[in-house]
Every structure is written in C-alpha cells, then in structure tokens.
Design a protein around this ligand. Structure first.
Ligand code: DC
Length: 226
C-alpha cells in the first residue's frame, strides 16, 4: 500500500490538494482533522471544558468516531450520526485544537487512521501524519504559506459555506490555533525530518497540485501513468 502524508498548518490548502490528488491518483483521501473536530463537537455539546484532560478523557468511552465514504467523499460519523458541515464551524476549530492536545484523544483516534492506511492506498492530511501516524509514509509533504495568505483562503472558504466572520477574526483565530498545535507536548504540528517542505503562498490550487505531483512522481514513478 502507498501512503502519502500531507501535514501543515490550517489554511495551507492541504485538503484541497489532497482531495484532488486522491481523485487523480485513484486513491483514498483521509481528512484526519475531521476526527478531532468530531470529538470537539461532542465535547462542546456536553458543555465540557475542552482543555480539561480528565473531563475529556472521561467522555471518550461514550463515543465512537468512524469514517464512511460515499461517492469518494469522506463523512465522519459520531455515534453513527453524520455530522456533515456542523464540524466546520469556527468555534469547533478551537474545540478540535484544544482536545487534540490531550494524549488520550490522540490515542483514541490513532487506530482509526492507521487502519484505513493499512487497507488502502491513501493520501492523508493532518498535523502529525508524517511524524506519528504514518512514520514510514512513502511521501511526506509539509505544506505551508504565510499566515495572511492562509487566512484569506480560510475566510473565503467559510464565506462560501455561508459562515459569518471577518478576515481579522479568521487571522487571529488561525494564529492562536496554529501556535497551540505547534507548541503542544504530544504530536506537535511540525514537519517530519524527511518531509519535503512546500510553501504555496504565491501558488494557486492548481499550481500547488502540480508541484506536489512532481514530488510524488519522483518517489512513486508508478503513479505517473494514472
Ligand atoms: O485540519 P483541521 O483544521 O480540520 O484540524 C482541526 C484541529 O485538529 C487542528 O487545529 C489540530 C487538530 N489536528 C491534529 O492535532 N492532528 C491532525 N492529524 C489533524 C488535526
């Protein structure tokens, strides 16, 4: 099985490029952030402090988080219920980031991620895919861009989904969340030593895709013919 890991901060365009890659290469796309978002969603519903390790750990036995694919699109199910776009709300981003710093949450979601990669060729995006989840991935990319470029993209994305916010708010939230993700003790969101860094501040989605494809084709020539 081939494993492609794409890590990097929020708004770098990981999911856009990973989705397009999966389609072009005929492999499975796994958005791992959605799993942390599902846990964050439940924690918010329960009115629990997402930063309290013991409280969050305490609710884990109550939940199952599973991934299902429908026509190639990933759906995340929380206790069997499809959460859809509810996990994309900005406050859920903060909840996801907070719960993702708790070791028990990371351990809880580890096997779900690894088992998909055992059974399928995957392109998986997240923060610790190249460092923790798939340390032997065939290709590791660390995708990043300036915080301004990333905030504009995230803002446009949220606007398109009808979610109301301002660019300033998006930028501030994003910087706060990235700092927390980068500086946490467990599985910090940093590049694996063997990851190829890609800065796409000046690239559009198509150019980013092309750049990453060239890196992949060098490492896995058989994908070139797809
Ligand atoms: O990729 P995203 O914005 O949907 O991720 C939401 C949060 O989940 C992010 O702030 C950090 C956390 N996360 C993580 O810790 N590890 C991953 N592999 C993916 C996401």
């Amino acid at each position: 099985m081939y494993q492609i890991a794409i890590d990097g901060p929020s708004g770098a365009g990981k999911s856009t490029v990973a989705k397009a890659l999966a389609k072009d290469l005929g492999i499975v796309y796994v958005d791992t952030g959605a799993l942390y978002r599902a846990v964050g969603y439940y924690v918010r519903e329960k009115g629990i402090d997402p930063k309290s390790g013991p409280d969050v750990e305490g609710i884990l036995p109550e939940i199952t988080v599973t991934i299902r694919y429908e026509n190639g699109a990933q759906h995340v199910l929380l206790n069997g219920e499809d959460l859809g776009d509810r996990i994309r709300q900005p406050d859920i981003s903060m909840y996801a980031s907070a719960v993702s710093a708790i070791p028990a949450v990371r351990a809880f979601l580890l096997e779900t991620q690894r088992s998909i990669a055992r059974e399928n060729n995957v392109v998986m995006d997240g923060r610790d895919i190249g460092t923790v989840i798939l340390p032997n991935a065939d290709v590791k990319i660390f995708l990043s861009a300036s915080s301004e470029a990333r905030a504009i993209r995230r803002y446009e994305e949220l606007k398109a989904k009808g979610i109301e916010t301002s660019l300033e708010e998006v930028l501030a939230d994003m910087e706060r969340r990235d700092k927390a993700d980068r500086e946490r003790d467990v599985a910090p969101a940093v590049a694996a030593p063997d990851a190829v860094p890609v800065d796409n501040s000046g690239l559009d989605a198509e150019q980013t895709l092309e750049c990453i494809k060239q890196i992949i084709f060098k490492k896995i020539p058989s994908f070139k013919t797809k």
